[in-house]
Design a protein around this ligand. Sequence first.
Ligand code: HEM
Length: 446
Amino acid sequence: MSEQRPPGPKDADPKGEDADGEGSDGDGCPAGLFARRTFLQGTVATGLAGAAGVSLLDAGGGAHASAPGAPAADDTEAIPFHGRHQAGIVTLPQRDATFVAFDVTASDRKALTDLFRTLTARARFLTAGGTPPRTPPDRPPSDTGVLGPKVLPGELTVTVALGASLFDDRFGLGPRKPVQLVTMKAFAHDDLDPALSQGDLLVQICARNRDTTVYALLDILFHTSGAMRQRWRINGTRNPPRPVGVPRDWFGFKDGIANPDLGDTAQLDQEVWVHPHTGEPDWAAGGTYQVLRIVHFRLEKWQEVPLEEQERIFGRRKVSGAPMYAEDPDASDQLDPIYTNDPQGLITPLDSHVRLANPQTPETASTSAILRRSYDYDRSPDVRGGLDLGHAFCCFQRELDTYVAMQTRLEGEALVPYISPRGGGYFFALPGVRDTQDHYARGLLS
Ligand code: HEM
C-alpha cells in the first residue's frame, strides 16, 4: 500500500476509531429494524412512510424533528454490517449509490487477503459511524472531514462482489470460482465500452445522502490504494415516489413494482441466496450473483413516442403503473398482470418489456424472478454535448443463468430502439461478514 494515504490505522483492527455497536439475531440477519423494514416491503413502505411522514428506519414509529444543530435524524440510522448476508442486497434501496469496479493490483494471495481485511475494517467502521482518530495540527487529518467531526452512518451499506477475472491464475483461486460466474459477453444491440465493463471487484456503496457515499468511497480508496485501482464507476440516485409507490425511471415509468417481497425469506432463499450443497463451492453459501448493466436511454427519441405506444412498449400504464387492462389512472400498480386471457398479446404485447421479462409461461417459470435494485444515472453531456441519462441496472439472483435467459428474451423487446447498453459486468456478491473476527472472502481465501 503506497504512502499517499493519510496516517491512521491501516490494518483490520478498528481500535483507533470509536465504532458504534450494532445488533443481529442468531441467524445473522439484522434484528428488529430489518425485520420491520422487510415487512414494510417496497411500494407499500414508500407510500405509507411518505403519507405518514415517518422514517422507515424509525423503530419507534414516531417522526423525528431535528433540533437546530442536531444531526439529521435519519443520518444516525445504521444498517448492521454483520450478518449471514451482506447488507445492500435485500436492504430497501437508499437514495444514493455508487458502483465502483476495481482491478486488483495486489501482488499475491497474502496481499489479497490483506486487501479484504482492510476493506472489511473500513466498511465496519463506516457503516457504524464513529469519531476518526484526532491527529496533531502539524499532521494531515486522519480523514477527509467531509462528514464533520463525527461520522454518522447515514444508512450506509458497502457490498463487495467478485468478478470472474479474480479467479484467473494470479491468486490460485480458479478451482474455487462460483460455477456460473463468467465474464459478461455482449448481447444483441449492446454497445459495450471495455473501459466501462468487467472488473476483478465491484464495490457497491449506498447511503441516504451523497456526501456519505463519497466519504465512504474516498476512505476506501485511501486505505486500499496500491492493492486495487478504479476501473470504472457509475453514480446513481433513486427518485422519490411520484406520487406514491416505487420510483419512476428517466422514461417516466414506475420501475421496480414486480420485485420479490423483501419480507418473504422463503422467496429470497429460493430466488436470491446461494445455498450450501447446491453444486456451488461451500464458501459461496449466503452470497448471490450480481449483475450490473449501464444502459443509456435515448430520451430525445423516446419523447417522440406517443403515450399509448410507450405503454405498449413497457406493457404497463405510465401514470398508474398498473397492468394494461386497467385504464383507470388511479388503478393500483399492485394488480397482477394476467396474460392467460391474452395469448396473442392484444392487451399486453408479446414483445413488451414486462411480458418478455416474465412471460408467465411454464417454460420460463424458472427464469423469471430476479431481485432488481437499480439506480438512475445522469452523466450528461456526452462527448457530442448530448444527454447521457440512463439506468445503473442492478439485479441479484441465485443463478446467473436466470438473468442470462431473461436478458436473451429481452433482445427482441420493443424497447430496444430506445436503449443502448454501454457497460457493466457479472459479479458474485460475497457472503456476509459474520462478526468482528471475520472478514470479506475469508471462506474463499482459507
Ligand atoms: C434498461 C432499462 C430498463 C428499464 C427502463 C426497465 C423498466 C422496467 C419497468 C418500467 C418495468 C415495469 C414495472 C415493474 O414491474 O418494475 C419493468 C419490469 C421488469 N423488468 Fe425492467 N427495465 C430495464 C431493464 C431490465 C433488464 C435488463 C431486465 C433483466 C434482464 C429487466 C427485468 C425486469 C423484470 C423481471 C420486470 C418485472 C416483470 C414482471 O414480472 O412483471 N428489466 N422494467
